[in-house]
Design a protein. Sequence first.
Length: 170
Amino acid sequence: MLFDAYRDAYQDNGQPGGGGVAFMPIVYVADTEAEAERGVNELAWYLKAKVEPQFRNPPGFVPVAANVAALRSGGAARSRTNDGLREISLEQQRELGVVMYGTPDQVAAQIKREYERVGGFDHLLMMMLAGFLDHKRTVSNMTLFAKEVYPQIRDLPNTKSATPRAIAAE
């Protein structure tokens, strides 16, 4: 996983601290799950949009070994990685943590699940406005998050690397 690879490289290069990371899902919070699904569909439109090749794989986004494997396979593996989100359902994207949507309690639970799954993150960056989402619904999304989701997640601890090197150094 990308988070583990980053943390290991961070420690291997002798950097101080735990190598904290940021996480950025697409988020839409609403009073009902159906309303949230409509909103997140408007936010996530660009996941299915055509992206020019030079923007599909920015440097450092995928480990070098994965790019080498993709090139050796004639690009098939790279294509699956970059275009895969276009081929899966919104629910599958939610299971992967790419999008998070639902009622405030559902979104808080999704954030906590992803936090545990990736070994924690120090910064939650969210895409909450984009695409075809109008101003009124953008404000509603952000307000519900601030009032009802944030209080449920604000006490998530800062992360520390769980690698043996970091534990031994503490």
